[in-house]
Design a protein around this ligand. Structure first.
Ligand code: MRU
Length: 351
């Protein structure tokens, strides 16, 4: 792959491909503070649940490091108090993807465990942990690919929504990781990418990323999915997730629910590929998942050009909930989980 989604450089800069500009411009931003990383998550320079989690971990490292210059955070308790405030700030960047909170909690637990160590060594541990989260993410995606590829037959055409690829993770991808793994197993797979209004992750990112890898991809307007399903042009659907409740209800990019219902109506399997870190065991059902509402500017404009009348009312929910009854299986790094999800999810967590 000729690009990377994000990385922590040797001189402690977080570099990210600017996903607002792809594919027209391939450029990288350099983020030197935790505030910069927060801004990059909020403004969707980086997006996709796992990539948001990894970014937050790197951002917290920069935040921890910045405290080393403060005379007021020389000792553990003061450091912890200030660092946890940075964690709260980072957590507020985007509400739906549970991987954000998951990564932050992982770093916070480390700081709690490190009580008694010097502040300098705690910050070093945060760096090590953030790099571990990054490496693990790629490995998890490959494992997910290994299990998920079994579900795809040679010659299949797969519909996906949004971008759940290398660009949405530290690398390889979740839904697109499954497709990559099937292709690596010599299966001929082609992809249909829904454009994914309003941010156009499908049109801009999924198509670009798959074309970079030489995987055949066809772009459709979101509202074409039903017709193509009826025409028998889609064998299966695979999407990612931002949060999955313990009963298997799935929050993913707005429009996913429509695709799932259409797939059900047309007898097409609808799969969700997501790491266990996307599952929120605390939630009984999808009704409890917070849904991000973004600025309506994203809806009334396309790439800076106004397309709707001035003063029009608009709604911009970024995610929707797909009830578990539409989800044929959830592909995780521990294997493929089938309904009833309450049981299979609990088992995947060893409960
Ligand atoms: O708003 P986004 O682009 O962050 O939304 C991303 C999605 O909905 C993805 O499908 C999801 O995060 C899974 S990414 C592996």
């Amino acid at each position: 792959m000729a690009f990377f989604t994000l990385r922590l450089t040797e001189d402690d800069v977080v570099e990210m491909i600017d996903q607002r500009k792809l594919p027209l411009e391939i450029s990288y931003v350099k983020l030197k503070s935790y505030e910069d990383v927060y801004g990059a998550i909020k403004n969707m320079i980086v997006r996709g649940a796992p990539a948001i989690g990894v970014s937050a971990a790197f951002g917290l490292y920069l935040g921890g490091k910045s405290l080393l210059n403060s005379s007021e955070a020389k000792y553990y308790e003061a450091f912890k108090e200030k660092f946890f405030k940075i964690c709260d700030f980072m957590f507020s960047a985007r509400p739906t993807a549970v991987n954000l909170g998951w990564a932050i909690e992982r770093i916070k637990s480390l700081v709690i465990k490190d009580k008694g160590k010097t502040v300098t060594s705690i910050v070093q541990d945060i760096k090590t942990e953030s790099l571990k989260i990054y490496d693990e993410d790629i490995e998890i995606n490959k494992n997910m690919g290994h299990y998920g590829a079994e579900l795809l037959k040679d010659g299949y055409t797969v519909l996906t929504h949004c971008n759940a690829g290398a660009l949405a993770t530290a690398g390889y991808g979740t839904a697109l990781g499954v497709i990559r793994a099937a292709v690596e197993n010599n299966k001929r797979i082609s992809v249909i990418a829904g454009e994914t209004r309003p941010f156009l992750q499908g049109a801009r990112l999924t198509t670009w990323e798959l074309m970079e890898d030489g995987i055949p991809v066809t772009l459709i307007a979101d509202n074409s999915a039903g017709l193509l399903m009826r025409k028998g042009k889609i064998n299966t659907v695979i999407v990612g997730a931002d949060r999955i409740a313990s009963n298997g209800d799935v929050a993913n990019k707005i429009g996913t629910y429509q695709v799932a219902v259409l797939a059900h109506e047309n007898n097409i399997p609808f799969y969700v590929a997501a790491p266990l870190s996307t599952i929120d065991l605390k939630l009984e059902s999808g009704d409890e998942i917070p849904i991000e509402e973004r600025d309506i500017d994203e809806v009334v404009n396309v790439f800076g050009t106004r397309i709707a009348p001035n003063g029009v009312e608009a709604l911009n929910y970024a995610f929707d909930i797909t009830p578990n009854k539409y989800v044929k299986a959830i592909i995780t790094e521990k294997g493929v989980l089938y309904p009833p999800y309450k049981k299979s999810i609990a088992e995947a967590f060893g409960k």
